[in-house]
Write a protein that binds this ligand. Sequence first.
Ligand SMILES: NC(=O)c1ccc[n+]([C@@H]2O[C@H](COP(=O)([O-])OP(=O)(O)OC[C@H]3O[C@@H](n4cnc5c(N)ncnc54)[C@H](OP(=O)(O)O)[C@@H]3O)[C@@H](O)[C@H]2O)c1
Length: 336
Amino acid sequence: MSVPEDVELDFVPLGETGLQTSELQFGTWRFGKETEEGNVEIDQKRAHELLDTYEEAGGRFIDTADVYGGGESERWIGDWLSERDRERYTIASKIYWQIRTGDPNSRGTNRKNVRDRIDALLDRLGTDYVDVLYIHRWDDDTPTREMMKTLNGLVEDGKVHYLGASTLRPNAWKVAKANEIAHTMGWEPFTVTQPRYNLVDREVEGDYLEMTRSYGMAVCPWSPLGQGFLTGKYTRDEGLTGESRAVESSHFESTYLTEENFDVHDELDAVADEVGATPAQTALAWLMHRDGVTAPIVGARTTKQLSENLAAASIGLSAEQVARLTEAKGGPYSSL
Ligand SMILES: NC(=O)c1ccc[n+]([C@@H]2O[C@H](COP(=O)([O-])OP(=O)(O)OC[C@H]3O[C@@H](n4cnc5c(N)ncnc54)[C@H](OP(=O)(O)O)[C@@H]3O)[C@@H](O)[C@H]2O)c1
């Protein structure tokens, strides 16, 4: 399915860095990922079709990680980029998760692990540098100073342009501590962050978003559709009514398929009807309308899903509709 002709993603500032990002970034978590039955969720052909679809809509910001698909995600992006002008694209990748069984040093943000992995990552992507390098999670076993000095070294070497912190449990003080050390030492601070944030996952609101605002950090939410929950294909009575791979996970069911979240979905359906959009487009538009959000990272398993999601960029919501959606889960959570 091709992207509607009127969809052309804009560029927006990536926080207070000098860089611009597409207003919707494209996430590649599912590239090369094996299901429990041993099937690949998105193979190389589909991965390239998805990248083509994103590019067709004007998208230029691609999010990956060195562990996605055991490295296949980066490799397939690299293959795709090799036929293009790499300079026209902004690439973010991540380092953290353990890569060698029985080797604790192959996990986290210690100096040995980070220096070892950056070159392998660049090699798979077929590039000399990544625009953003995220720490995929916070490593409480490595001193913050060691991590920031090591990451700063990658920036000085030209292998990384900007630093990002990705989070599961948003911990404002840890990022603030790291940035204060970096500022004191004249090192590169974290200027980008990637938290889980969507209409029903709102933990980031409050302290964390206040912290990102005080540092001028870009905020790029992951799982903006709650891994598919906010697309309308799950119902209160029947569960999944369309096609998905997410039902494999009991974690997904306990996180998303709750009465409270279905109440939020009812309001989402109502607003979607009013603006003539799908629930997925409306949920993405809500996130794009939130103060403090820079660019959600859109995931999709098919080009049809991706085309639908990218069209969210042209959905306008009134202040009243944004407020109704914000309050559906019991918000507002903060003044942001
Ligand atoms: N930093 C981190 O720790 C972290 C963690 C997670 C993700 N991320 C990044 O964020 C990106 C997006 O995360 P996500 O994949 O969780 O995003 P998401 O948008 O919340 O979920 C995407 C999934 O929802 C379903 N879906 C999407 N659009 C749909 C539509 N229009 N209709 C029906 N189903 C639809 C698809 O799965 P099914 O069809 O299988 O249901 C798709 O794979 C990832 O690719 C990755 O780059 C980062």
